[in-house]
Write a protein that binds this ligand. Structure first.
Ligand code: SF4
Length: 87
């Protein structure tokens, strides 16, 4: 049996493939606060997410894995707030 990609390899269609991964990194200084520098790079990252064909799959995966990175157009803190309703 040959090596076959996973059946739901949605990430192969991600708009962020080939981008600078530092754009998506968790907030600086491992803080829950999103600093100005994070706001700038997340704004750039969000432009990719806005045009991404697999944003729904990405969001589901980010929520499932509790990924600290910027995913599906939102920081981890914002996704947590959206999911819990706590601000
Ligand atoms: S939604 Fe954003 S972070 Fe998720 S795969 Fe698409 S471009 Fe990447």
């Amino acid at each position: 049996m040959s090596g076959h990609p996973l059946p739901d390899a949605w990430w192969t269609r991600a708009a962020c493939i080939g981008t600078d991964w530092s754009l998506w990194a968790p907030p600086s200084q491992h803080s829950l606060r999103v600093l100005a520098v994070d706001e700038r790079r997340y704004a750039e990252a969000a432009t990719y997410c806005a045009a991404c064909p697999v944003v729904a799959e990405c969001r589901a995966d980010a929520d499932l894995t509790d990924d600290p990175a910027f995913r599906a157009g939102f920081s981890a803190v914002d996704r947590h707030r959206q999911n819990t309703g706590r601000w």
